[in-house]
Design a protein around this ligand. Structure first.
Ligand code: GLC
Length: 427
């Protein structure tokens, strides 16, 4: 029943050739240019953040709220200038604990969600109701802004489904919740996307950074648009690149999209990010094992399968058996391991093609010849095969110019970036 040729064919469906890669980078760049003229003509939302790059000299103590994945973090951070900072206090809690509470499901409410956030802020204050703090809020969903603080959630992504937040100004919801919690000494002053936070955080420490990206549960990228042609003040634009549409999805991408919370949305993200790679792997296994049982593999499962170097592929075997109920032979497992690798490699290649589209947009318009792309997120940090395939894809597309760019991990930049944004709100 297990047909290895079929697995090889499916691996082919997840393979992106060097030529395709170049075409994807060029098409992304094209969509970006169209979006700069008019976001309605592009699949990229090109959201204005109303903030540029920091000087590195920003100082003071701030509260940072980092909201955007299943874990929320609140931090008290002291910016010391010269690219230095200290984390004074941090609390982190999940938004969902199975069987206990759930603030992101369709049965939750906006009030409950923001009361939970206000509670965490209160915890970080440690009973201090006197000292005035400005709060920077990393809110990692597509939001339409009219200034640095006024951000309206356009649409939930990453399978969040809490009613009553879409269409609302998020810091109004937060301010109301802080009042309900009796916290009057914290003033929310800045809302930024997590990609923007990563870029601010990396640029605070390292000047030649122009692109910020998250490669985790979700995927998205922002960059500093220099506005070289118009002479406007340079501003960071959140592309919401996870929503990029001009790709050729395979049948598993199409199938998953149809089953997802928001069909038709976030097509690139559903092909590359940590939330979705395990879903695609599961759908491919459905096809291979001729069943439509619902499998629930995660990207961590895929990582463990890929890392299994044992002769018998013991760990991979257990993961597949746990997930499907099937005990596969070593040869079959080898093919499945190659499939997991192919899904991860495709992800890294597509993400890189989108980076190159932005690099081409910046070329000749920024002072530096060399540029860093700051990236945060578990997939970038921990998933095997990702970094090496980003580098390989950069070389395939850029040739020797690949030496003028690198990607650097900016671990935990979301919190620091929020504090920097709060500091910049005063400028
Ligand atoms: C999703 C969100 C985006 C965020 C990304 C990474 O794509 O829409 O705003 O930056 O996830 O968290």
């Amino acid at each position: 029943m297990f047909d290895e040729n079929k697995v090889r064919d499916i691996i082919g469906e997840f393979t992106v050739s060097a030529d395709e890669l170049k075409e994807i980078a060029a098409a992304f760049r094209h969509d970006l240019k169209r979006g700069l003229n008019n976001p309605d003509d592009s699949s990229l939302r090109m959201l204005k953040s109303y903030v540029g790059l920091p000087t590195g000299k920003e100082k003071g103590e701030y509260i940072a709220l980092d909201f955007g994945g299943t874990n929320v973090r609140v931090l008290k951070i002291r910016l010391e200038g010269a690219g230095k900072f200290t984390e004074i206090k941090k609390v982190a809690k999940p938004l969902i604990v199975d069987g206990v509470y759930d603030y992101i499901g369709a049965d939750s409410s906006a009030e409950e969600m923001f009361d939970f956030l206000a509670g965490l802020i209160d915890e970080v204050l440690d009973g201090d109701r006197e000292t005035k703090f400005l709060l920077g809020h990393t809110f990692s969903f597509p939001s339409e802004q009219t200034d640095l603080n006024n951000a309206k959630l356009i649409i939930w992504t990453k399978e969040f489904a809490t009613p009553g937040v879409e269409g609302k100004v998020v810091n109004d919801l937060l301010k109301d919740a802080l009042l309900r919690a009796g916290v009057t000494n914290v003033e929310p002053v800045a809302v930024i996307n997590d990609t923007v936070a990563v870029l601010l955080s990396a640029a605070y420490k390292n000047p030649d950074t122009y692109i910020g990206s998250i490669y985790a549960t979700g995927h998205n990228t922002c960059y500093l648009e220099p506005y070289a042609e118009t002479g406007d003040v340079p501003m960071i634009l959140n592309l919401e690149s996870g929503g990029y549409m001009k790709l050729a999805p395979n049948r598993f991408d199409v199938k998953y999209d149809e089953m997802s919370e928001k069909p038709g949305e976030q097509r690139l993200e559903k092909m590359v990010s940590g939330r979705y790679m395990g879903e695609l792997f599961g759908l491919a296994l459905n096809d291979i094992l001729n069943t439509d049982k619902k499998y629930s593999f995660t990207s961590v499962d895929m990582s463990n399968i890929i890392l299994d170097e044992s002769d018998e592929l013991t760990e991979a075997s257990q993961i597949i058996e746990r997930g499907t109920g099937e005990k596969l032979s070593v040869d079959e497992l080898k093919a499945i391991k190659d499939l997991a690798a192919a899904i991860v490699v495709r992800s890294a290649r597509l993400v890189t093609a989108s980076f190159v589209g932005i690099i081409w947009q910046l070329e000749g318009k920024i002072p530096a010849k060399f540029m860093h792309i700051a990236v945060d997120g578990s997939v970038y940090e921990k998933m095997p095969l990702v970094k090496e395939n980003i580098n390989r894809a950069l070389s395939e597309i850029l040739g020797e110019n690949a030496a003028n760019v690198d990607t650097v991990l900016d671990n935990g930049g979301s919190g620091l970036g929020a504090a920097i944004a709060a500091a910049m709100s005063k400028a």
